[in-house]
Design a protein around this ligand. Structure first.
Ligand code: C5P
Length: 226
């Protein structure tokens, strides 16, 4: 792909799962494949943007022309995001960030004990990365696009998330539908975005994630100040 112009918008995308250590050999994570985030990065680069991907551990190849920063934990992803977002035009939070991490990761491998059949882990909340980017002061705040994976009342929960996290746009999908969302190559989505007219919406029928990514990037780029 062609090298983006110096004037090209900088797009920062988080993708994949995060991994939260419980001890030196174990972690908490989720089944995010990173496919949607990587497809967004490829689509943004193809549309001429300068793209940085902040990626959790995935097995995907870095799309051509994309700069990739590898992270493991939500805290690392948070730090890299706040480093890059203030100078970006567009920030897309596509990562499946672990909501919680171990309050303190054990220094040594946790041992099974004979005297108890239960083990209690204390978890603490991770930072909400996209909400902290959206809360940057106006002069250093990019346009912010989030994702919402829901299993019911997709539009209501997505609209609530748009408002609560102060996003400019949200891409919501129903992950209870077979063959859609986590790990799959296809996705359907409801796009909600703010406009001077209020909240606008568009349904995207089930389609390959690569194609949905192009449509999400196109819509997001219309929200950039001209
Ligand atoms: O609240 P929920 O996890 O459903 O929100 C999903 C959206 O928020 C996604 O855009 C996701 O990348 C982002 N998120 C985040 N940091 C978190 C949790 C979610 O950036 N700790």
């Amino acid at each position: 792909s062609a090298t983006p112009k110096a004037s090209a918008p900088h797009v920062v995308i988080t993708a994949g799962p995060t991994r939260e250590a419980l001890d030196p050999v174990r972690y908490l994570s989720n089944h995010s494949s990173g496919k949607m985030g990587y497809a967004l990065a490829a689509a943004a680069a193809a549309q001429g943007a300068r793209v940085t991907l902040i990626s959790g551990p995935v097995t995907l190849a870095t799309p051509a022309g994309v700069t990739r920063i590898d992270v493991e934990t939500a805290e690392q992803m948070h730090q890299e995001s706040l480093q890059l977002a203030p100078k970006a035009a567009l920030f897309i939070g596509c990562a499946a960030v672990a909501d919680y991490r171990a309050a303190s990761a054990a220094e040594h491998k946790l041992k099974k004990t004979d005297d108890s059949d239960t083990l209690t882990l204390t978890l603490i909340k991770n930072p909400d990365i996209i909400a902290s980017v959206a809360a940057l002061p106006p002069a250093s705040r990019p346009v912010v696009v989030g994702f919402a994976a829901e299993t019911q009342d997709v539009e209501r929960y997505a609209a609530d998330k748009l408002t609560r996290k102060r996003l400019d746009m949200i891409v919501a999908n129903d992950v209870s539908q077979q063959g859609m969302g986590f790990g799959s190559d296809d996705n359907a989505a409801l796009l909600l975005w703010r406009s001077p007219q209020g909240i606008e919406r568009r349904m995207e029928v089930p389609q390959p994630k690569t194609q949905l990514a192009e449509r999400v990037i196109q819509q997001a780029l219309t929200l950039l100040p001209s």
